[in-house]
Ligand binder design. Structure first.
Ligand SMILES: [Zn+2]
Length: 83
């Protein structure tokens, strides 16, 4: 699980090596992977601080992300048996 997480994180960071400012479109590209990681116990702020910053000031994206997260959490709660 941890290895998979780090792989995904590395993948996300790869796409953000330039440290570009995040807009709604860029933000939403990461939502699905981020939500999966957050559902697995990670925090957005640790994974992608830029996205967290965007979520903090963009209500639209925040709502979209929370909706996605709750769906994934609900799915995982029935499916995932860690260890
Ligand atoms: Zn936005």
């Amino acid at each position: 699980m941890d290895e998979q997480l780090h792989k995904l994180i590395a993948c996300i960071f790869d796409q953000h090596a330039d440290n570009n400012p995040i807009d709604c479109e860029t933000c939403s590209i990461h939502f699905h992977r981020l939500a999966e990681l957050v559902a697995a116990g990670a925090s957005v702020n640790e994974l992608l601080p830029e996205v967290q910053q965007h979520l903090d000031c963009c209500l639209e994206c925040n709502e979209e992300f929370q909706a996605l997260l709750s769906i994934i959490v609900a799915e995982n709660s029935g499916l995932v048996a860690s260890e």
